[in-house]
Write a protein that binds this ligand. Structure first.
Ligand SMILES: Cc1ncc(COP(=O)(O)O)c(C=O)c1O
Length: 397
């Protein structure tokens, strides 16, 4: 019997020794935009890079295997991946998306609806009765799920949603950016399409903007490939090369992110200056049980509310030593973000209140630095007093 290969080995060894010309261990990068025809009038695998490219295919193949899909299409960003999925829709087709999903996704679907290209409804998907009602009412072509949500880490039950959709033609699309195939494999839970902003954990080094659409079936994959070419959404070879390089350490990084995030969440939970901690790995998290059932890890993102106003929040950021104040997430480095004025600034105060985004909410993308440094830095900043900066790290900033 063939030995089961772990995800670690798969991602480490993806495409190694595939170079037939020189026997390079690491797959070479193919930057060429065009490929010479070997014979007049005879079709070949590669002719033009928007259509297909060997370096991009190497990344697509690796992520396909990790997710357990049929095939993948590498795109130029996470938003390009979501845009590509809309190629399945006609102007009278409905999409149901989470009421609290990534702001860029909300903006994309709202603006496409304004132009009459599709119809969209926002649903709190944690309430399965509400979702069931919406599915019966709108008969959507797509239900898009994003779990955990950003920034409050709410979890929705992918398998329960897939069961509701069983007898329908609705496609279940899961944005797996926050957990990656290391901690969640949506195809095993009934998804038809899995998307990622590879900008985040899959690349993991905050130096590429990219995305990917993994399809469960050949037909869906062919549709995605065809439309990526028509719309020109395909990712660049250089970005694919870097992303594949990042993917090789995904398992190690995810484990380190989670270990640090859980330890930080536990410390913050007992802290006198902290009002509430949002991390699915805490047993106190309202949807901890679903997370435990459908995920094999809790991820590296957490949010918390401090017991102060905006002035003190500003001080907290000022005194926080080993964190960069930035909007992205999923890189090896620790980032801190103030959703109220940064990622969710476009929402009205009422929308923010409804979404639970208050002025004292802080989101952290916990990096893989030494755990004691991460926790120590947060605890010192919570004192709201200036600490003596580490001269080396300040210079490095
Ligand atoms: C969950 C999720 N999906 C999609 C995107 C969009 O990805 P990108 O910024 O790579 O276009 C983001 C970006 O933050 C995200 O957090």
């Amino acid at each position: 019997m063939k030995q089961h290969i772990s995800k670690t080995t798969l991602s480490v060894r993806a495409g190694l020794e595939s170079d037939e010309q020189f026997g390079a261990v690491i797959p070479p990068i193919h930057l060429s935009s065009t490929f010479a025809f070997k014979q007049f009038g005879v079709e070949q695998q590669y002719d033009y890079t928007r259509t297909a490219n060997p370096t991009r295919d190497a990344l697509a193949e690796a992520v396909t295997v990790l997710e357990g899909g049929y095939g993948a299409t590498v795109t130029s960003s996470g938003m390009a991946a979501i845009t590509l999925v809309t190629a399945c829709l006609n102007s009278d087709d409905y999409v149901l998306i989470p009421h609290d999903c990534y702001g860029g996704t909300i903006r994309l679907f709202s603006r496409l609806e304004e132009r009459g290209l599709l119809r969209v409804k926002f649903v709190d998907q944690r309430d399965l009765n509400l979702l069931h009602q919406a599915i019966n009412q709108y008969k959507p072509k797509i239900v898009l799920v994003e779990t955990p949500s950003n920034p409050l880490l709410r979890i929705v039950d992918i398998q329960a949603i897939s069961k509701i959709l069983k007898q329908s033609n609705t496609l279940l699309v899961v944005d797996n950016t926050f957990l990656t195939p290391i901690f969640q494999t949506p195809f095993a839970l009934g998804a038809d399409i899995v998307i990622h902003s590879t900008t985040k954990y899959i690349n993991g080094h905050s130096d590429v903007v990219g995305g990917i659409v993994v399809a469960k079936t050949k037909t869906l994959h062919q549709t995605m490939q065809e439309w990526a070419n028509i719309l020109g959404l395909s990712g660049a070879p250089f970005d694919s090369y870097l992303t594949l390089r990042g993917l090789r350490t995904l398992q190690l990084r995810m484990q380190a992110h989670e270990k640090n995030a859980l330890a930080l969440a536990q410390v913050l939970s007992g802290h006198s200056s902290v009002e509430k901690v949002y991390y699915p790995g805490l047993t106190s998290h309202p949807t901890h049980a679903i997370a435990k059932k459908q995920q094999s890890g809790f991820g590296g993102i957490l949010s918390f509310k401090i017991k102060f106003g905006l002035k003190e929040v500003e001080k907290f950021f000022k005194y926080l030593e080993y964190f960069s104040l930035a909007e992205s997430l999923g890189g090896f480095e620790s980032l801190v973000c103030h959703p109220y004025t940064m990622t969710h600034a476009a929402l009205s105060p009422e929308q923010k209140e409804k979404a639970g985004i208050s002025e004292n909410l802080i989101r952290i993308s916990v990096g893989i630095e030494q755990q004691e440094d991460i926790i120590g830095s947060i605890l010192e900043a919570l004192e709201l007093k200036s600490v003596k900066a580490n001269p080396i790290l300040k210079v490095m900033k």
